[in-house]
Design a protein around this ligand. Structure first.
Ligand code: ATR
Length: 277
C-alpha cells in the first residue's frame, strides 16, 4: 500500500457469508455522490475470528465497520462502549473508531423508520403496528418504532416467551404488547413488519388470516428472495402495500455513513440504482 493509499480512510463490512453484501456498492456510491474518497471492503470473518480481527483492524487504523450476519449480537459485547440504540437492540450493526477501541451503534431501526416514513410515506403515528419475530432484527427496530407513537406496538413470535421478555425489558421505553401468533386471530393491523428469518428457509410464520386492516402495508426487513414468501403471503391476504427491506438497507447505511463522516448522503438515487440491478 502506498503512502497516498494510507491517507484514505478505511471502512468495511464483516460477515459470513459476505460476498453477496451490497454495502461496498452502497458506500462507494455515497462517497462518490459527496465527492469523498474512502476505501470500503467486505471481509469474510468467522465468528471465532471476530474479536481478534477487530483488535487487528483497530491497530491498523481502520475507521469503521458495518456488521452483518452472524456478528451483530456477538459484536455488542466486544465493543468498548455502546450507544443507546445498540443497548436497546442488544445488537450492533455499526462500529465507530475511538482512540482506544470501538463504539458499537445500531442504525437498523433508524434506517427502517426512515424508509417507512420518508421513502414510503407510511404514517406510523396513531397506527396499529405488528412486528413478527423476536431476534436481533426485531429488537433493533422496536425503540425507533415506539418513538413514532403508534397506537399499538405488538410483537409476536414462534417461540412465545421471547416477546414477553422483550416487552418486559423495554418497559421503560414504552408499551410493547407481547402476543402469540395464534392469539392474533380477529385482530387487524395497519403496519405488519416481518423481522423473522423464516424467508431464508423459504417459509412464512404461521399466522391467522385477516390481519391486514384496509390500506395496510406489509414490510419485510429482508430483501431479495428471502422477502418473497412473506410478501406473497401478504398479497394473498389483501395487504394494500408491499415493500421489501432494500430501502432499509440503504437508509441504515446512510445513518452509518453520517456517524463516520458527519454528512448524511442522499439515498434516493442509490436505492433506485440498486433496484435497477
Ligand atoms: P435475527 O438476528 O435475524 O433476528 P435470530 O436472532 O436468529 O436472527 O432470530 C430469528 C427470528 O426469526 C426469531 O424470531 C425466530 O423465531 P424463534 O424465536 O421462534 O426461533 C424467527 N424464525 C426463524 N425461522 C422461522 C420460521 N420458520 N417461522 C417463524 N419464525 C421463524
Amino acid at each position: 500500500m502506498s503512502n497516498v493509499d494510507r491517507e484514505v480512510s478505511r471502512y468495511g463490512v464483516l460477515g459470513q457469508p459476505v460476498a453477496h453484501s451490497k454495502s461496498p456498492r452502497i458506500h462507494a456510491a455515497f462517497a462518490k455522490s459527496l465527492g469523498q474518497k474512502l476505501l470500503y471492503e467486505a471481509y469474510e470473518i468467522a465468528p471465532d475470528e471476530l474479536g481478534p480481527s477487530l483488535t487487528r483492524f483497530h491497530g491498523e487504523g481502520w475507521q469503521g465497520f458495518n456488521l452483518t450476519l452472524p456478528h451483530k449480537t456477538a459484536a455488542a459485547s466486544l465493543c468498548e462502549s455502546r450507544t443507546d440504540a445498540a443497548e436497546q437492540a442488544g445488537a450492533v450493526n455499526t462500529l465507530i473508531r475511538t482512540a482506544t477501541g470501538w463504539q458499537g451503534d445500531n442504525t437498523d431501526g433508524a434506517g427502517l423508520v426512515r424508509d417507512l416514513v420518508a421513502n414510503l410515506g407510511v404514517v406510523v403515528k396513531g397506527k396499529r403496528v405488528l412486528v413478527l419475530g423476536a431476534g436481533g432484527a426485531a429488537r433493533g427496530i422496536l425503540a425507533p418504532l415506539l418513538a413514532e407513537a403508534p397506537s399499538i406496538l405488538a410483537i409476536s413470535n414462534r417461540n412465545p416467551w421471547k416477546p414477553e421478555e422483550i416487552a418486559a425489558a423495554m418497559k421503560p421505553l414504552g408499551n410493547i404488547v407481547p402476543r402469540t401468533h395464534l392469539s392474533l386471530k380477529g385482530d387487524q393491523f395497519d403496519v405488519l413488519l416481518n423481522a423473522t428469518s423464516a424467508g431464508h428457509q423459504g417459509s412464512v410464520p404461521r399466522l391467522p388470516p385477516g390481519l391486514f386492516a384496509p390500506g395496510a402495508i406489509a414490510y419485510d426487513l429482508n430483501y431479495g428472495p428471502a422477502s418473497e414468501p412473506f410478501l406473497a403471503w401478504a398479497k394473498a391476504e389483501g395487504a394494500s402495500k408491499l415493500s421489501d427491506g432494500l430501502g432499509m438497507l440503504v437508509e441504515q447505511a446512510a445513518e452509518a455513513f453520517q456517524r463516520w463522516r458527519g454528512t448524511r448522503p442522499e439515498t434516493t438515487a442509490v436505492l433506485a440504482g440498486l433496484r435497477a440491478g
